[in-house]
Design a protein around this ligand. Structure first.
Ligand code: HEM
Length: 509
């Protein structure tokens, strides 16, 4: 009797497990007919992970996946892939890229809303996630913050962070005559300090005092805990479940700290009449309706890779933004500006180190500039006159575009547009060759009205850092340097396996 009972219990249990597995399988693959229904080419996805199996299991990077799929399907003009369960279309045809990104922009004006404003305003209310009219208004509000004029004023704040980085290297190299390190770690701290001073109005030196609260908080944003990573994964694959469980995406303490930092600073500055050339000041002006639209005649040369602001960003707006909205735009520097800029600097240092001829030419240009400056600190215009520096940065952004979804991994390595694409060759961007670059084959900062609002800012930051670094140091291979560089997946992004190790030696000048 009891044996019969346990047998039927076991049967019921097995049936329940089978039904649950079947439901889970159905759900995990429910989007997978998306491209087949529309007759779009795609590679067969695997349940739950889509085409990212090798990325999730650390066998490859999204960069490699997209490059492979691009070569396979280039002739089809576009192809599909599944980022986990989400269908994602990559366009390979230049005319079609132009049509979608520019001509028909109004039909494709919103980014994929990964994070809903109601779920997480600090992410969801940022320019990156806003939609339709709200996006247009916020873009026009923020756009004046990134004009040549504002960048000129912000430059000394960033220069100070570069100097802190160089002082640290000098100190570290004093004993052995050099410092051997993963230079990405230096750039991470430099970018955090740079974000603190330009976006949040806080001056810190994380290389000297790692214990400061801003750095500690930033670390939690950029190196999320396992629990935060699980919550993010859950959110991407099934946000309804997150809601049901009442789980929030970002840690409450972290949100409270960053939000109150912005709001308290606004209050303190308003009460004490403090004016500082940073993002908070600009957002305060926006809140008071004192912002003037971007001057369309800003014709300065901001670098080859820089993108133009469209008429959407040049309009005059008069919106009343809430404190939450203001805090979300400062937080944007982390979400859109941190990994992109620090990683590009890592790849840039690697290429400079691995290509001694490039390093020599760059140092010659830097020394000539310093001679011309005759002890005066470098200004925005001086930086823009450095043609070879611009060529090097442009080539780094071709070879290592730090886009979250890596769509450029195909286009930027297409031998039809970039002969010998794996070669690092800044000459692709010299005066003569840049005329021959096919329009829309080079898109490090995106395309059309929704392009990167921070392109000029990012170029200025990266150029200043390279200028400061090579003014005082040379970069050489060390026993830990990986040649050739091996990529490792970090979520949808990638970095150098083991880090960007090199020997940094003070120059004898
Ligand atoms: C090397 C550095 C950077 C690269 C390569 C980069 C690249 C990009 C790209 C490809 C896009 C998407 C454009 C599109 O959807 O077509 C984008 C958007 C954006 N980027 Fe950057 N970015 C960089 C640094 C920064 C920095 C420092 C900021 C500072 C605030 C920033 C702010 C933004 C914002 C706000 C958007 C969304 C614009 C909108 O939706 O209107 N980026 N970026």
């Amino acid at each position: 009797m009891s044996c019969c009972l346990s047998l039927s219990c076991l049967q019921s249990f097995l049936i329940l497990v089978s039904i649950s597995l079947l439901i889970f399988y159905k759900w995990a693959t429910s989007t997978f007919d998306f491209f087949a229904k529309r007759n779009i080419a795609f590679d067969k996805p695997i349940p739950l992970f889509g085409n990212l199996g090798e990325v999730v299991f650390q066998k490859g990077t999204l960069f490699h996946v997209v490059r492979r799929l691009y070569s396979k399907y280039k002739k089809r003009k576009y192809f599909g892939r599944f980022n986990l369960r989400m269908p994602f279309l990559t366009i390979t045809d230049l005319e079609l890229i132009k049509q979608i990104g520019v001509k028909d922009f109004l039909h494709f004006s919103n980014h994929t809303p990964f994070i809903d404003a109601d779920d997480e305003p600090l992410f969801g209310r940022s320019l990156l996630m806003l939609k339709d009219q709200e996006w247009k208004d916020m873009r026009a509000t923020l756009s004046p913050a990134f004009t040549g004029n504002k960048l000129r004023q912000m430059l000394p704040l960033i220069s100070k962070c570069c100097q802190n980085g160089c002082d640290y290297l000098k100190e570290q190299s004093a004993r052995e005559g050099h410092v051997e390190m993963d230079i990405h770690q230096l750039f991470i701290k430099f970018i955090i300090d740079m974000i603190a001073t330009t976006a949040f109005g806080v001056e810190i030196n994380s290389l000297k005092e790692e214990d400061n609260k801003f750095y500690k908080t930033a670390e939690r944003v950029i190196h999320p805990s396992l629990w935060t990573t699980i919550r993010m994964f859950l959110y991407v694959i099934c946000r309804k479940l997150m809601k049901l469980l009442g789980l929030s995406l970002i840690d409450e303490n972290l949100k409270t700290y960053l939000r109150s930092l912005v709001i308290d600073t606004i209050k303190h500055r308003a009460e004490n009449g403090i004016i500082r050339p940073d993002m908070i000041h600009l957002l305060m002006q926006a809140q008071q309706g004192k912002i003037s639209p971007q001057e369309p005649q800003d014709e300065s040369d901001h670098g080859f890779a820089a993108v133009e602001e469209s008429p959407f960003g040049l309009r005059s707006v008069n919106c009343k933004w809430s404190d939450e909205d203001i805090a979300a735009q400062c937080f944007l520097f982390f979400t859109a500006g941190f990994a992109t800029t620090s990683l590009t600097l890592g790849f840039c240092a690697y290429e400079i180190m691995a290509n001694p001829d490039v390093q020599k030419k760059l140092i010659t240009e830097i020394d000539e500039t310093r001679k011309m400056l005759n002890g005066r600190p470098i200004a925005y215009e001086d930086l823009q006159k450095m043609k070879y520096l611009d060529m090097v940065i442009s080539e780094v952004l071709r070879k290592w575009p730090p886009q979250p979804f890596n769509d450029l991994a195909g286009l930027h390595y297409d031998p039809e547009y970039w002969p010998d694409p794996d070669k690092f060759d800044p000459e692709r961007f010299n005066d003569e060759n840049r005329q021959k670059i096919k329009p829309f084959s080079y898109l490090p900062f995106g395309i059309g009205p929704r392009n990167c609002i921070g392109s000029r800012f990012a170029l200025m930051v990266m150029k200043l850092m390279v200028y400061s670094l090579l003014s005082e140091f040379t970069l050489e291979k060390s026993s830990k340097t990986q040649v050739p560089l091996v990529l490792v997946a970090i979520g949808f992004q990638h970095s150098a396996k083991g880090g960007f190790w090199m020997k940094i030696k003070p120059r004898n000048i």
